[in-house]
Design a protein around this ligand. Sequence first.
Ligand code: SF4
Length: 57
Amino acid sequence: MTPFGLCDRCRHQRLVTSGRGSTFSMCERGLQDPDWPKYPPMPVLRCPRFAPRQEPD
Ligand code: SF4
């Protein structure tokens, strides 16, 4: 399992590093939808908004 679960394979994930060097997984869907959390509890195991990243050919 990756540190942030399903989010680590999702194109809506944005990794944010704090000034103290901790890394958080932010969900960009939460920037557009006020009913969706920007910082869901980790690791995310299931998500109806999961969208796989495009893998390079
Ligand atoms: S849409 Fe779901 S799986 Fe994707 S980053 Fe947001 S919370 Fe994680």
